[in-house]
Design a protein around this ligand. Structure first.
Ligand code: ADP
Ligand code: ZN
Ligand code: ZN
Length: 814
């Protein structure tokens, strides 16, 4: 007898598989989707393993197969297991990442009367029970949903449960219909041989049916089935004309499955590889030899960190590495942050690999995603491009995984389980498949760079921009010390320097961007006089100001302190300065630059699917002189008229209550600087700050990654933060703040006891503290941070009560 270990689509299954017997008439493979009995239901499951001995003595049989082909490859099955174990997520949720879009369907519950008549005395039934029974007895079966509509949800559930208990009704289940089906389109084809066409056309003309005649000769000309839409467009005929030909037996109208094309190759001319610069060549050589020696079990020789500023030719290296993989009979996956999934990026790949590029992104309809998935599985594409979820594409023969802008935060799935980091998933997948990985960035994640330094990855440098970009040198950067402004009597949020520069640029009919590097609603208190920010001594992060309670809180350890009356450093009474939002900035700009036309770009003004593009287009068309915005502005495309970028307050991201604040600031500023240099020469960036000497600002202004890295890695080492430790964040939510806090404290006690009883001195607990977003959708949130060598392994042995969420390797503690 053969048995299968199945991951079952049920919340109670958690990280476990269940053993089922394989019935003799079924052929079951690893990676196959099946239907299995589970409790009194039948649920979806995925076969993860086939064995001779089940893990329990009593097994039930697999009920049926959902798809005859395995949906997951063997490496994907192993990857799913790893994700579930490492990120502590339910196993089926990890499996579901790799299933075709739309697969995770719901089960529908049906009720019916039992087949054999009962001999019960119905007079003992309540009126409602009898009414429900009547509803059932008319029909073969009724869905629970329908009953809920007529009886109300709770009542329908109670009443049917009562009837089932008495044997008067039975339940059955069915999977909800597939929401996505292959797209069908009517096609016309000739039903008569070529030599018979002309006589028919003549006959139709004689009978005064010129449109039918025209359509018939058009179809004869094409000599292949033609889409109805195309035929109608070209011959300008109506559906009735086609039907008339069909009813005469001259033409067949058939529904043909067609591909939903997410983009058209129509206008994209084929492009040949460029001849590489010396640095590009060196990088490509290393990658090529790794692709050729893919059997090597040593992952370190197969992971590359490609470090080069924007415009240094990284994408060209990706393209040529992919082309090499293809010549070796392999395929690739290219991951990009969602926001940079622009037509330009896609076109560059499409021009190099015509008709061999699949694009996955969330703006595609479910139907389009489904079609792409099926075609990828069939092996139609050399390259799959997409955001983080594309790492799970069913791309067989995987030779190369590229992660562009590897430092971007969108690579971490934060809001839903599994809370995976795409970079680590890609590395694991590469280990399982023998694929090569390229991590590319202008500002690598400090952790990635550290791994490259100690030899876990191979570092490839592209130190300069490519020649054709000669006209746009890196922009001039000026750092303005805001303390000096106040001393000089300037109380505006615009320094004298920024103010003059904006006036000059707009006066010259050029454009300016005012950038606010704000994320979320971080509120810190800063001395308006000297820039001093209150921080937690223990955690070395900024304290967050809670307006309602008028108190400062550390969001890591819950240290609390009152707002001081005067600045602890300079004794100025102007301590309670709360920073600026985009709206306030817009208002100030309107007053300061009354002649300029303003455009605001933030999540308030850019709602809806195309809002971003519309705002950018308006600005590019010079319908505004000054663009005001947050992060999004930094990702804006090349804007040739922009000669000035003003970073209004660099301290905002610097004071995030998070140990990654310095890194975040460096990345954001570098990105803004990269933009400014792309337009006309002579571009200028002005950074306003109270911390002009801060290493993140200094290094960004000098375009010097190494300067930043050396400082940052020193701090990480000293404070024992990643990469020198790993973190797990445990968040508890509850409708009551005080119960939430107590729950978090109980958990801390429990975990500390566990840590000391197991004698793990490499683990420490920080907190509990209110989460940075303390209240979310009506629930309060407190969190605990576990720091040490292997928090995930430790936590895997501890069942967490409901209400708790674990995030392994969280992005921010904020
Ligand atoms: P990155 O991905 O690092 O931003 P790209 O690969 O996009 O850099 O290159 C920047 C620009 O330089 C692009 O317009 C690209 O076509 C061009 N380019 C890249 N490599 C070469 C090369 N070897 N020769 C000529 N032009 C190149
Ligand atoms: Zn001060
Ligand atoms: Zn603290």
């Amino acid at each position: 007898m053969e048995y299968a270990e199945v991951s079952v689509n049920s919340p109670v299954a958690r990280r476990q598989t269940f053993s089922y017997a394989v019935p003799p008439n079924l052929h079951i493979q690893v990676g196959q989707a099946v239907l299995v009995p589970f409790g009194d239901k039948e649920l979806q499951g995925l076969v993860l393993e086939l064995t001779d001995c089940p893990s329990v003595s009593e097994t039930r049989e697999i009920a049926g197969v959902i798809d005859p082909q395995p949906l997951l490859s063997t490496p994907q099955v192993m990857l799913a297991r790893w994700i579930s174990e490492y990120y502590l997520s339910p196993l089926f949720e990890a499996v579901a990442l790799m299933l075709p879009p739309g697969f995770k369907r719901k089960l529908i519950t049906y009720l019916s009367t039992p087949p054999s008549p009962h001999d019960q005395d119905l007079s003992s039934l309540s009126r409602e029970q009898r009414y429900t029974l009547d509803l059932l007895s008319d029909k073969e079966r009724v869905s629970l949903k329908e009953l809920e509509k007529s009886l109300g949800k709770k009542r329908a559930q109670n009443l049917t449960a009562q009837l089932v208990r008495r044997g008067l009704a039975v339940r059955s289940y069915e999977l909800e219909a597939v929401r996505v089906r292959p797209k069908l389109e009517p096609y016309l084809s000739l039903k008569l041989s070529a030599d018979k066409v002309q006589p028919e056309v003549d006959r139709l003309r004689k009978k005064r049916a010129p449109k039918q005649a025209a359509l018939l000769s058009y179809l004869a000309l094409k000599a292949r089935p033609v889409a109805w839409a195309e035929a109608r467009r070209e011959t300008n005929c109506s559906r009735a004309i086609a039907s008339a030909l069909a009813s005469k037996g001259l033409v067949a109208i058939q529904q043909v499955e067609v591909r939903r094309e997410p983009f058209s190759y129509h206008d994209i001319p084929r492009q040949e590889p460029l001849s590489l610069t010396a640095a590009q060549k060196r990088a490509l050589e290393g990658i090529k030899s790794s692709l050729e020696a893919s059997a090597s079990p040593d992952t370190a020789s197969r992971v590359f960190l490609l470090h080069g500023v924007t415009g240094s030719g990284k994408t060209e290296v990706y393209l040529q590495a992919l082309a090499h993989a293809v010549t070796l009979g392999k395929k690739g996956i290219v991951l990009v942050p969602e926001i940079s999934l622009t037509p330009q990026t896609i076109e560059r790949f499409a021009a190099r690999f015509p008709h061999r590029v699949a694009v996955l992104h969330s703006k595609l309809s479910l139907g389009e995603q489904f079609d792409e998935w099926q075609r990828i599985r069939t092996g139609d594409f050399d390259v799959v491009i997409g955001p983080r979820s594309a790492v799970f594409a069913p791309q067989a023969n995987l030779g190369l995984i590229v992660i562009d802008e590897e430092h971007e935060w969108t690579y971490k799935q934060q809001d839903t389980s599994p809370r995976y980091q795409t970079r680590d998933v890609a590395l694991k997948l590469a280990e399982l498949t023998g694929a090569t990985v390229i991590l590319g960035s202008a500002t690598p994640d400090v952790e990635s760079f550290y791994h490259a330094q100690i030899g876990d990855y191979q570092l490839l440098e592209l130190p300069e921009r490519v020649v054709p970009d000669e006209g746009s040198p890196l922009p001039e950067v000026e750092i303005v010390d805001l303390r000096e402004e106040l001393k000089a009597g300037n109380r505006s949020i615009f320094s004298r320097s920024l103010s003059q520069a904006v006036t000059r640029a707009t006066g010259n009919k050029e454009q300016a961007i005012l950038f606010l590097n704000r994320r979320g609603g971080a509120t810190f208190i800063q001395c308006r006089n000297c820039g001093y920010v209150l921080t937690c001594r223990r955690c070395a992060v900024s304290l967050t100001y809670h307006i309602n309670e008028d108190v400062l809180v550390c969001h890591q350890c819950n240290y609390r302190t009152a707002v001081p009356q005067t600045c602890p450093r300079c004794l100025s009474p102007r301590i309670k300065f709360l920073g600026t939002g985009t709206q306030k900035l817009e208002q100030a700009a309107r007053e300061r630059f009354p002649q300029a036309r303003l455009l605001r770009w933030d999540s308030d003004t850019a709602r809806g699917k195309d809002a971003h593009r519309e705002i950018l287009n308006r600005f590019r068309a010079h319908q505004a002189d000054i663009l005001i915005g947050t992060q999004m502005v930094a990702k804006g495309l090349d804007l040739p008229l922009v000669t000035l970028v003003g970073v209004v307050n660099a301290d905002i991201s610097l004071n995030l209550p998070d140990f990654r604040a310095g890194e975040r600031t460096f990345q954001l500023l570098s990105q803004v600087l990269g933009r400014a240099g792309r337009g006309t020469p002579g571009g200028k960036v002005i950074i306003q700050t109270y911390f002009p000497e801060h290493y993140a600002i200094q290094a960004a202004a000098k375009h010097d990654y190494n300067l930043f890295y050396e400082q940052e890695i020193g701090y990480r080492r000293k404070l024992h933060n990643p990469p020198f430790s790993r973190l797990a964040r445990l968040t508890y939510s509850h409708t009551s703040d005080i119960l939430c806090q107590r729950g978090a404290e109980r958990m801390k006690k429990r975990l500390s006891e566990e840590i000391s009883s197991q004698g793990i001195d490499s683990l420490s607990l920080i907190g509990p503290a209110p989460a940075f977003i303390h209240r979310l959708r009506g629930r309060f949130r407190w969190h605990l941070i576990l720091r040490g060598a292997e928090p995930s392994t430790f936590l895997s042995r501890i069942p967490l009560p409901p209400g708790w969420v674990v995030d392994i390797d969280p992005l921010g503690l904020a």
